[in-house]
Design a protein around this ligand. Sequence first.
Ligand code: DLL
Length: 433
Amino acid sequence: MKIWEPLYECMPREEIEQLQLERLQATLNRVYRSVTCYRKKFDEAGIVPEDIRSLDDLSRLPFTTKEDLRLNYPYGMFAVPLREVIRIHSSSGTTGKPTVVGYTKNDIKTWSNLVARFMTAAGVTHDDVVQIAFGYGMFTGAFGLHYGAETIGASVIPMSAGNTEKQIMIMQDYRTTALVCTPSYALTMASRMEQMGVDPKSLSLKVGLFGSEPWSEAMRKEIESRLYISATDNYGLSEIIGPGVAGDCECKSGMHLFEDAFIPEIIDPETGEVLPRGSVGELVLTTLTKEAFPMIRYRTRDITSLDYDKCDCGRTLVRMRKTMGRSDDMLIIRGVNVFPSQIEEILFAIEGCEPHYQLVLDREEDMDVLEVRIEVTENIFFDEMKKQKSFVELVERKIHSVLGVGVTVRLVEPSSLPRHEGKAKRVIDNRKI
Ligand code: DLL
Protein backbone atom coordinates (compact mmCIF):
# COMPACT_ATOMS: atom_id res chain seq x y z
CA MET A 1 0.00 0.00 0.00
CA LYS A 2 1.33 3.43 -0.89
CA ILE A 3 1.29 6.19 1.71
CA TRP A 4 2.13 9.71 0.64
CA GLU A 5 4.31 11.27 3.40
CA PRO A 6 4.21 8.36 5.89
CA LEU A 7 6.12 10.51 8.38
CA TYR A 8 3.09 12.69 9.04
CA GLU A 9 0.43 10.07 8.46
CA CYS A 10 1.77 7.47 10.87
CA MET A 11 3.22 9.62 13.67
CA PRO A 12 2.65 8.51 17.25
CA ARG A 13 0.03 10.74 18.92
CA GLU A 14 2.48 12.52 21.28
CA GLU A 15 4.61 13.51 18.31
CA ILE A 16 1.66 14.79 16.30
CA GLU A 17 0.57 16.85 19.29
CA GLN A 18 4.05 18.26 19.83
CA LEU A 19 4.24 19.23 16.15
CA GLN A 20 0.77 20.80 16.35
CA LEU A 21 1.72 22.87 19.39
CA GLU A 22 4.88 24.21 17.75
CA ARG A 23 3.04 25.07 14.55
CA LEU A 24 0.13 26.58 16.48
CA GLN A 25 2.42 28.90 18.43
CA ALA A 26 4.11 30.08 15.24
CA THR A 27 0.73 30.65 13.56
CA LEU A 28 -0.65 32.60 16.54
CA ASN A 29 2.40 34.86 16.61
CA ARG A 30 2.01 35.56 12.95
CA VAL A 31 -1.71 36.31 12.95
CA TYR A 32 -1.40 38.48 16.05
CA ARG A 33 1.17 40.60 14.26
CA SER A 34 -0.40 40.75 10.83
CA VAL A 35 -4.19 40.42 11.02
CA THR A 36 -6.05 43.23 12.77
CA CYS A 37 -9.16 41.12 13.33
CA TYR A 38 -7.22 38.49 15.30
CA ARG A 39 -5.24 41.07 17.27
CA LYS A 40 -8.49 42.77 18.32
CA LYS A 41 -10.16 39.48 19.24
CA PHE A 42 -7.18 38.29 21.29
CA ASP A 43 -6.89 41.69 23.01
CA GLU A 44 -10.58 41.63 23.88
CA ALA A 45 -10.14 38.15 25.38
CA GLY A 46 -7.04 39.39 27.25
CA ILE A 47 -4.81 36.78 25.60
CA VAL A 48 -1.41 37.09 23.97
CA PRO A 49 0.03 34.25 21.82
CA GLU A 50 2.55 33.38 24.57
CA ASP A 51 -0.35 32.37 26.85
CA ILE A 52 -1.03 29.34 24.67
CA ARG A 53 1.40 26.80 26.11
CA SER A 54 -0.49 23.57 25.50
CA LEU A 55 -3.08 22.29 23.05
CA ASP A 56 -5.67 22.50 25.84
CA ASP A 57 -5.08 26.26 25.96
CA LEU A 58 -6.47 26.49 22.43
CA SER A 59 -10.00 26.52 23.87
CA ARG A 60 -9.22 29.87 25.53
CA LEU A 61 -9.01 31.54 22.13
CA PRO A 62 -12.08 33.11 20.53
CA PHE A 63 -13.77 31.46 17.54
CA THR A 64 -13.62 32.81 14.00
CA THR A 65 -16.90 32.77 12.08
CA LYS A 66 -18.20 33.45 8.60
CA GLU A 67 -19.38 36.81 9.99
CA ASP A 68 -15.73 37.80 10.70
CA LEU A 69 -14.89 37.02 7.08
CA ARG A 70 -17.87 39.04 5.91
CA LEU A 71 -16.86 42.04 8.03
CA ASN A 72 -13.32 41.88 6.66
CA TYR A 73 -14.34 41.42 3.03
CA PRO A 74 -12.43 41.08 0.75
CA TYR A 75 -8.80 41.00 2.00
CA GLY A 76 -8.96 41.96 5.67
CA MET A 77 -8.15 38.45 6.97
CA PHE A 78 -5.07 38.00 4.75
CA ALA A 79 -1.86 37.61 6.76
CA VAL A 80 0.47 38.56 3.90
CA PRO A 81 0.53 41.53 1.51
CA LEU A 82 -1.44 40.97 -1.68
CA ARG A 83 1.74 40.88 -3.77
CA GLU A 84 2.61 37.55 -2.12
CA VAL A 85 -0.79 36.08 -3.00
CA ILE A 86 -0.74 34.13 -6.25
CA ARG A 87 -4.30 32.79 -6.23
CA ILE A 88 -7.69 33.94 -5.06
CA HIS A 89 -10.72 31.67 -4.68
CA SER A 90 -14.10 32.28 -3.18
CA SER A 91 -17.09 30.38 -1.94
CA SER A 92 -20.53 31.63 -2.71
CA GLY A 93 -22.51 31.93 0.47
CA THR A 94 -26.26 31.66 0.48
CA THR A 95 -26.55 35.31 1.46
CA GLY A 96 -24.52 38.44 0.81
CA LYS A 97 -20.96 38.67 -0.41
CA PRO A 98 -18.86 35.59 -1.10
CA THR A 99 -15.98 34.56 1.14
CA VAL A 100 -12.62 35.44 -0.40
CA VAL A 101 -9.57 33.28 0.29
CA GLY A 102 -5.95 33.65 -0.86
CA TYR A 103 -2.95 31.35 -1.37
CA THR A 104 0.78 32.11 -1.51
CA LYS A 105 3.07 30.03 -3.70
CA ASN A 106 3.83 27.85 -0.69
CA ASP A 107 0.14 27.49 0.14
CA ILE A 108 -0.50 26.07 -3.33
CA LYS A 109 2.30 23.55 -2.74
CA THR A 110 0.90 22.63 0.67
CA TRP A 111 -2.57 22.28 -0.81
CA SER A 112 -1.41 20.10 -3.73
CA ASN A 113 0.40 17.86 -1.32
CA LEU A 114 -2.55 17.45 1.03
CA VAL A 115 -4.84 16.54 -1.85
CA ALA A 116 -2.20 14.11 -3.19
CA ARG A 117 -2.25 12.49 0.25
CA PHE A 118 -5.98 11.76 0.32
CA MET A 119 -6.03 10.74 -3.32
CA THR A 120 -3.21 8.27 -2.63
CA ALA A 121 -5.07 7.01 0.44
CA ALA A 122 -8.10 6.39 -1.78
CA GLY A 123 -5.96 4.29 -4.13
CA VAL A 124 -5.00 6.76 -6.89
CA THR A 125 -1.50 6.29 -8.38
CA HIS A 126 0.54 7.77 -11.24
CA ASP A 127 -0.99 5.13 -13.51
CA ASP A 128 -4.48 6.59 -13.15
CA VAL A 129 -6.41 8.73 -15.60
CA VAL A 130 -8.33 11.23 -13.48
CA GLN A 131 -11.42 12.95 -14.86
CA ILE A 132 -12.22 16.14 -12.96
CA ALA A 133 -15.95 16.81 -13.24
CA PHE A 134 -16.07 19.65 -10.68
CA GLY A 135 -16.61 23.12 -12.10
CA TYR A 136 -13.35 25.02 -12.67
CA GLY A 137 -13.62 28.60 -11.51
CA MET A 138 -13.81 30.32 -8.14
CA PHE A 139 -14.83 26.99 -6.52
CA THR A 140 -11.82 25.26 -4.94
CA GLY A 141 -12.86 21.69 -5.83
CA ALA A 142 -11.60 21.39 -9.40
CA PHE A 143 -8.24 23.13 -8.94
CA GLY A 144 -7.54 21.32 -5.68
CA LEU A 145 -8.10 17.84 -7.07
CA HIS A 146 -6.33 18.83 -10.29
CA TYR A 147 -3.14 19.82 -8.45
CA GLY A 148 -3.28 16.78 -6.20
CA ALA A 149 -3.59 14.40 -9.15
CA GLU A 150 -0.75 16.14 -11.00
CA THR A 151 1.42 15.95 -7.88
CA ILE A 152 0.88 12.18 -7.84
CA GLY A 153 1.79 12.09 -11.53
CA ALA A 154 -1.59 10.83 -12.73
CA SER A 155 -2.98 11.92 -16.11
CA VAL A 156 -5.52 14.68 -15.53
CA ILE A 157 -8.56 15.36 -17.73
CA PRO A 158 -9.86 18.82 -16.74
CA MET A 159 -13.44 18.25 -17.97
CA SER A 160 -15.18 20.65 -15.56
CA ALA A 161 -18.82 20.05 -14.58
CA GLY A 162 -21.81 19.50 -16.83
CA ASN A 163 -22.34 18.13 -20.31
CA THR A 164 -23.01 14.69 -18.93
CA GLU A 165 -23.12 12.82 -22.22
CA LYS A 166 -19.73 14.19 -23.19
CA GLN A 167 -18.38 13.23 -19.76
CA ILE A 168 -19.47 9.66 -20.45
CA MET A 169 -18.02 9.65 -23.95
CA ILE A 170 -14.66 10.91 -22.65
CA MET A 171 -14.78 8.31 -19.88
CA GLN A 172 -15.19 5.60 -22.51
CA ASP A 173 -12.68 6.91 -25.05
CA TYR A 174 -9.91 8.16 -22.72
CA ARG A 175 -10.29 5.16 -20.41
CA THR A 176 -10.80 7.22 -17.27
CA THR A 177 -9.98 5.25 -14.13
CA ALA A 178 -10.73 7.83 -11.41
CA LEU A 179 -13.77 10.09 -11.34
CA VAL A 180 -13.85 13.34 -9.35
CA CYS A 181 -17.17 15.11 -8.70
CA THR A 182 -19.96 15.49 -6.18
CA PRO A 183 -21.64 12.23 -5.13
CA SER A 184 -24.95 13.50 -6.49
CA TYR A 185 -23.38 14.14 -9.89
CA ALA A 186 -21.95 10.61 -9.87
CA LEU A 187 -25.49 9.29 -9.55
CA THR A 188 -26.72 11.60 -12.29
CA MET A 189 -23.99 10.14 -14.51
CA ALA A 190 -25.00 6.58 -13.60
CA SER A 191 -28.62 7.30 -14.60
CA ARG A 192 -27.55 8.92 -17.86
CA MET A 193 -25.38 5.89 -18.68
CA GLU A 194 -28.43 3.68 -18.22
CA GLN A 195 -30.48 5.90 -20.55
CA MET A 196 -27.67 5.91 -23.13
CA GLY A 197 -27.29 2.14 -22.92
CA VAL A 198 -23.69 2.41 -21.70
CA ASP A 199 -22.73 -0.49 -19.46
CA PRO A 200 -20.60 0.90 -16.58
CA LYS A 201 -18.84 -2.47 -16.44
CA SER A 202 -17.43 -1.78 -19.90
CA LEU A 203 -15.65 1.36 -18.59
CA SER A 204 -12.18 1.43 -17.00
CA LEU A 205 -13.44 3.31 -13.89
CA LYS A 206 -12.18 1.91 -10.59
CA VAL A 207 -12.37 4.68 -8.03
CA GLY A 208 -14.48 7.74 -7.32
CA LEU A 209 -13.30 10.71 -5.25
CA PHE A 210 -16.45 12.39 -4.11
CA GLY A 211 -16.99 15.31 -1.80
CA SER A 212 -18.19 18.85 -1.33
CA GLU A 213 -21.63 17.85 -0.01
CA PRO A 214 -23.01 15.51 2.65
CA TRP A 215 -23.88 11.97 1.50
CA SER A 216 -24.90 8.88 3.38
CA GLU A 217 -23.34 5.40 3.57
CA ALA A 218 -26.42 4.14 1.72
CA MET A 219 -25.64 6.53 -1.12
CA ARG A 220 -22.05 5.24 -1.19
CA LYS A 221 -23.37 1.69 -1.67
CA GLU A 222 -25.75 2.84 -4.38
CA ILE A 223 -22.93 4.56 -6.33
CA GLU A 224 -20.60 1.59 -5.88
CA SER A 225 -23.14 -0.91 -7.13
CA ARG A 226 -24.22 1.17 -10.10
CA LEU A 227 -20.80 2.34 -11.31
CA TYR A 228 -18.73 -0.69 -10.18
CA ILE A 229 -16.16 1.47 -8.40
CA SER A 230 -14.84 2.12 -4.93
CA ALA A 231 -16.56 5.36 -3.86
CA THR A 232 -14.44 7.41 -1.47
CA ASP A 233 -15.33 10.54 0.46
CA ASN A 234 -13.20 13.63 0.95
CA TYR A 235 -13.92 16.75 2.94
CA GLY A 236 -12.79 20.33 2.95
CA LEU A 237 -13.95 23.93 2.83
CA SER A 238 -12.72 27.05 1.10
CA GLU A 239 -12.05 28.97 4.30
CA ILE A 240 -9.64 26.28 5.52
CA ILE A 241 -7.93 25.33 2.21
CA GLY A 242 -10.57 23.79 -0.08
CA PRO A 243 -10.51 19.99 -0.54
CA GLY A 244 -7.60 18.42 1.36
CA VAL A 245 -8.71 18.64 4.98
CA ALA A 246 -9.68 14.97 5.29
CA GLY A 247 -10.25 11.93 3.11
CA ASP A 248 -11.07 8.23 3.17
CA CYS A 249 -8.40 5.58 2.96
CA GLU A 250 -9.22 2.25 1.37
CA CYS A 251 -10.76 1.01 4.67
CA LYS A 252 -13.49 3.66 4.27
CA SER A 253 -14.10 3.79 7.98
CA GLY A 254 -13.87 7.55 8.52
CA MET A 255 -11.90 10.26 6.75
CA HIS A 256 -8.33 10.78 7.97
CA LEU A 257 -7.94 14.42 8.93
CA PHE A 258 -4.50 15.86 8.23
CA GLU A 259 -3.53 16.80 11.76
CA ASP A 260 -0.06 18.00 10.83
CA ALA A 261 -1.82 20.83 8.97
CA PHE A 262 -5.02 21.35 10.99
CA ILE A 263 -6.19 21.03 14.59
CA PRO A 264 -9.77 19.75 14.84
CA GLU A 265 -12.05 20.33 17.82
CA ILE A 266 -15.65 19.26 18.35
CA ILE A 267 -17.84 21.78 20.12
CA ASP A 268 -21.42 22.07 21.26
CA PRO A 269 -22.86 24.42 18.60
CA GLU A 270 -25.17 26.02 21.18
CA THR A 271 -22.72 26.75 23.99
CA GLY A 272 -19.37 26.72 22.17
CA GLU A 273 -17.99 24.35 24.81
CA VAL A 274 -15.38 21.79 23.66
CA LEU A 275 -16.91 18.31 23.89
CA PRO A 276 -15.16 15.13 25.10
CA ARG A 277 -13.52 12.81 22.55
CA GLY A 278 -15.98 10.82 20.50
CA SER A 279 -18.90 13.26 20.92
CA VAL A 280 -21.00 14.43 18.01
CA GLY A 281 -20.89 18.19 17.52
CA GLU A 282 -19.68 21.01 15.32
CA LEU A 283 -16.22 20.72 13.82
CA VAL A 284 -13.90 23.66 14.53
CA LEU A 285 -10.62 23.88 12.62
CA THR A 286 -7.36 25.76 13.12
CA THR A 287 -4.82 25.87 10.29
CA LEU A 288 -1.16 25.22 11.12
CA THR A 289 0.67 25.67 7.82
CA LYS A 290 -1.26 28.28 5.85
CA GLU A 291 0.54 31.51 5.03
CA ALA A 292 -1.93 33.81 3.24
CA PHE A 293 -5.12 32.88 5.01
CA PRO A 294 -4.58 31.28 8.42
CA MET A 295 -7.74 30.45 10.35
CA ILE A 296 -7.92 30.20 14.12
CA ARG A 297 -10.76 28.12 15.55
CA TYR A 298 -12.96 28.48 12.49
CA ARG A 299 -16.52 27.29 13.07
CA THR A 300 -17.28 25.06 10.09
CA ARG A 301 -20.97 24.49 11.05
CA ASP A 302 -20.45 20.86 9.95
CA ILE A 303 -21.71 18.23 12.39
CA THR A 304 -19.53 15.16 12.87
CA SER A 305 -17.45 13.23 15.41
CA LEU A 306 -13.78 12.20 15.62
CA ASP A 307 -12.38 8.72 16.14
CA TYR A 308 -8.84 8.56 17.60
CA ASP A 309 -8.43 4.77 17.33
CA LYS A 310 -5.74 3.51 14.99
CA CYS A 311 -7.00 2.58 11.55
CA ASP A 312 -6.28 -0.77 9.87
CA CYS A 313 -4.44 1.10 7.10
CA GLY A 314 -1.69 2.04 9.56
CA ARG A 315 -2.38 5.77 9.60
CA THR A 316 -2.55 7.31 13.04
CA LEU A 317 -4.38 10.43 11.89
CA VAL A 318 -7.74 10.96 13.57
CA ARG A 319 -10.76 9.90 11.52
CA MET A 320 -13.70 12.17 10.93
CA ARG A 321 -17.08 10.52 10.50
CA LYS A 322 -19.20 11.39 7.49
CA THR A 323 -20.85 14.68 8.34
CA MET A 324 -24.53 14.55 9.22
CA GLY A 325 -24.94 17.91 7.55
CA ARG A 326 -24.43 21.49 8.62
CA SER A 327 -25.85 22.92 11.81
CA ASP A 328 -27.43 25.60 9.64
CA ASP A 329 -28.99 22.91 7.35
CA MET A 330 -30.50 21.17 10.31
CA LEU A 331 -34.26 21.26 9.99
CA ILE A 332 -36.24 21.81 13.14
CA ILE A 333 -39.60 20.26 12.55
CA ARG A 334 -42.02 20.79 15.38
CA GLY A 335 -39.07 20.89 17.76
CA VAL A 336 -37.33 17.77 16.42
CA ASN A 337 -33.87 18.19 14.90
CA VAL A 338 -33.66 16.48 11.54
CA PHE A 339 -30.75 16.32 9.12
CA PRO A 340 -31.54 15.69 5.45
CA SER A 341 -28.92 12.91 5.49
CA GLN A 342 -31.02 10.95 8.01
CA ILE A 343 -33.97 10.96 5.63
CA GLU A 344 -31.64 10.01 2.76
CA GLU A 345 -30.39 7.00 4.72
CA ILE A 346 -33.98 5.80 5.27
CA LEU A 347 -35.03 6.31 1.64
CA PHE A 348 -32.04 4.48 0.20
CA ALA A 349 -32.87 1.44 2.28
CA ILE A 350 -36.38 1.13 0.81
CA GLU A 351 -36.68 -0.86 -2.36
CA GLY A 352 -38.36 1.09 -5.14
CA CYS A 353 -37.12 4.55 -4.04
CA GLU A 354 -34.86 6.14 -6.61
CA PRO A 355 -31.87 8.06 -5.19
CA HIS A 356 -33.49 11.40 -5.97
CA TYR A 357 -35.51 13.26 -3.39
CA GLN A 358 -36.48 16.73 -2.29
CA LEU A 359 -37.55 18.05 1.10
CA VAL A 360 -40.10 20.83 1.05
CA LEU A 361 -40.84 22.72 4.23
CA ASP A 362 -43.92 24.85 4.75
CA ARG A 363 -45.70 26.47 7.63
CA GLU A 364 -49.39 25.77 7.96
CA GLU A 365 -51.29 27.44 10.78
CA ASP A 366 -48.04 28.06 12.67
CA MET A 367 -47.03 24.42 12.29
CA ASP A 368 -44.02 23.24 10.34
CA VAL A 369 -44.88 20.61 7.78
CA LEU A 370 -42.37 18.62 5.81
CA GLU A 371 -43.17 17.04 2.49
CA VAL A 372 -40.73 14.42 1.28
CA ARG A 373 -40.89 14.12 -2.50
CA ILE A 374 -39.36 10.97 -3.83
CA GLU A 375 -38.84 9.59 -7.24
CA VAL A 376 -39.87 5.99 -7.48
CA THR A 377 -39.26 3.33 -10.05
CA GLU A 378 -41.66 3.22 -13.00
CA ASN A 379 -43.46 0.09 -11.78
CA ILE A 380 -44.35 1.72 -8.47
CA PHE A 381 -45.33 5.03 -10.07
CA PHE A 382 -47.64 3.34 -12.55
CA ASP A 383 -48.89 0.76 -10.08
CA GLU A 384 -52.50 0.68 -8.97
CA MET A 385 -53.57 3.36 -6.47
CA LYS A 386 -53.90 0.90 -3.63
CA LYS A 387 -50.31 -0.32 -3.96
CA GLN A 388 -49.03 3.23 -4.30
CA LYS A 389 -50.89 4.22 -1.16
CA SER A 390 -49.43 1.41 0.88
CA PHE A 391 -45.95 2.27 -0.40
CA VAL A 392 -46.43 5.90 0.72
CA GLU A 393 -47.64 4.72 4.13
CA LEU A 394 -44.65 2.42 4.48
CA VAL A 395 -42.19 5.26 3.81
CA GLU A 396 -44.06 7.63 6.16
CA ARG A 397 -44.04 4.98 8.89
CA LYS A 398 -40.32 4.31 8.50
CA ILE A 399 -39.45 8.00 8.67
CA HIS A 400 -41.70 8.45 11.68
CA SER A 401 -40.22 5.50 13.53
CA VAL A 402 -36.63 6.66 13.00
CA LEU A 403 -37.01 10.42 13.39
CA GLY A 404 -40.03 10.60 15.65
CA VAL A 405 -41.68 13.17 13.46
CA GLY A 406 -44.56 12.86 11.02
CA VAL A 407 -43.96 13.83 7.41
CA THR A 408 -46.02 13.66 4.23
CA VAL A 409 -44.58 11.58 1.43
CA ARG A 410 -45.38 12.39 -2.18
CA LEU A 411 -44.31 10.14 -5.02
CA VAL A 412 -43.18 11.93 -8.14
CA GLU A 413 -42.65 10.69 -11.65
CA PRO A 414 -39.30 9.13 -12.55
CA SER A 415 -36.77 11.76 -13.75
CA SER A 416 -38.94 14.70 -12.64
CA LEU A 417 -36.78 16.13 -9.83
CA PRO A 418 -33.84 18.40 -10.69
CA ARG A 419 -30.49 16.71 -11.38
CA HIS A 420 -27.30 18.26 -10.03
CA GLU A 421 -23.92 18.78 -11.61
CA GLY A 422 -22.43 20.47 -8.55
CA LYS A 423 -23.64 20.51 -4.95
CA ALA A 424 -27.17 19.13 -4.69
CA LYS A 425 -29.90 21.43 -3.40
CA ARG A 426 -32.44 19.15 -1.81
CA VAL A 427 -34.18 21.36 0.71
CA ILE A 428 -36.79 23.93 -0.27
CA ASP A 429 -37.74 26.00 2.72
CA ASN A 430 -40.88 27.96 1.93
CA ARG A 431 -41.16 29.15 5.52
CA LYS A 432 -38.88 32.14 4.84
CA ILE A 433 -40.98 33.51 1.98
O1 DLL B 1 -16.79 22.16 -1.11
C1 DLL B 1 -14.40 22.10 -0.87
C2 DLL B 1 -14.38 20.74 -1.45
C3 DLL B 1 -14.34 20.58 -2.81
C4 DLL B 1 -14.37 19.62 -0.65
C5 DLL B 1 -14.29 19.35 -3.37
C6 DLL B 1 -14.31 18.33 -1.19
C7 DLL B 1 -14.28 18.21 -2.56
P1 DLL B 1 -16.95 24.96 -0.07
O2 DLL B 1 -17.62 25.22 -1.37
O3 DLL B 1 -16.42 26.12 0.69
O4 DLL B 1 -15.73 24.00 -0.27
O5 DLL B 1 -18.00 24.16 0.83
C8 DLL B 1 -17.61 23.66 2.07
O6 DLL B 1 -19.16 21.83 1.87
O7 DLL B 1 -18.38 23.17 5.08
C9 DLL B 1 -19.36 21.15 4.11
O8 DLL B 1 -20.60 21.66 4.58
C10 DLL B 1 -19.54 20.72 2.67
N1 DLL B 1 -18.66 19.58 2.39
C11 DLL B 1 -17.48 19.57 1.75
N2 DLL B 1 -17.01 18.29 1.64
C12 DLL B 1 -17.92 17.50 2.24
C13 DLL B 1 -18.02 16.09 2.49
C14 DLL B 1 -15.77 22.73 -0.78
N3 DLL B 1 -17.14 15.22 2.05
C15 DLL B 1 -18.75 22.92 2.71
N4 DLL B 1 -19.10 15.65 3.18
C16 DLL B 1 -18.34 22.26 4.00
C17 DLL B 1 -20.03 16.50 3.63
C18 DLL B 1 -18.96 18.33 2.73
N5 DLL B 1 -20.00 17.83 3.42
